[in-house]
Design a binder for this molecule. Structure first.
Ligand code: DC
Length: 202
């Protein structure tokens, strides 16, 4: 049976990049659980009820091209605070985590709620100003018109909402290893994560 790697942390700390690299390195599957909340949010922005949207999500919802937009991200953080939405998305994530070959899941509550028994738990952080700069660059590269101060305010608002909600708030599991990517290159951050997983395997 393969292992499960839980990667949690705030927006734009680098958990997606680290998770994709870990999956590639070890030949594991990767699930970006934020996409489930973004896809739910995109349907809600289109007029659906949040609980119905989460329950009826299908593959096409996850392939929408608007899921990375700032408005969808902000709505995702709102719908993620609704317990019925989280409950609807839970089993899919748990099933993915126990795929035979091994799995990397990234999100906010993977190590605490979705996979409390994950063999490796990482909590990836970076200073809000650095995360806002990275997200700003991404949004501009994707064709959105915005400014750095707006993105920084969004990052702070999303952090506060994701940490402050009652149901499955973002926080490190007691046995999570923290990686602060503020002063690390992508290669350095990935090397650190690979090293932590390799240690856990031996
Ligand atoms: O990782 P992301 O930025 O794509 O996530 C979008 C929102 O979804 C985030 O603000 C909080 C929510 N989310 C969550 O509550 N739990 C997860 N496991 C993943 C994301």
């Amino acid at each position: 049976m393969g292992m499960t790697i839980a990667v949690d942390g705030p927006a734009a700390a680098g958990k997606g990049t680290i998770s994709r690299a870990l999956a590639l390195h070890f030949g594991f599957g990767h699930l970006d659980t934020g996409l489930l909340y973004r896809a739910t949010a995109a349907r809600v922005l289109g007029g659906d009820d949040p609980e119905v949207a989460a329950r009826d999500l299908g593959p096409a919802d996850l392939e929408r091209r608007d899921l990375r937009e700032a408005a969808v991200a902000a709505k995702a953080s709102e719908v993620a605070a609704i317990p019925a939405v989280r409950a609807s998305l839970l089993q899919f994530q748990r099933d993915f985590a126990r795929r035979g070959s091994g799995a990397v899941l990234d999100g906010r509550d993977i190590g605490t709620v979705i996979c409390p028994d994950a063999e490796v738990k990482l909590f990836v952080i970076a200073a809000p100003e650095i995360r806002a700069r990275r997200r700003f660059d991404e949004l501009v590269a994707g064709g959105e018109t915005t400014d750095y101060e707006t993105v920084l305010a969004d990052v702070r608002a999303r952090d506060a909402r994701d940490m402050g909600r009652a149901d499955a708030p973002m926080r490190p599991a007691n046995d999570a290893v923290e990686i602060d990517t503020s002063d690390l290159s992508i290669d350095e951050a990935v090397a650190r994560a690979v090293g932590i997983v390799e240690n856990a395997r031996t």
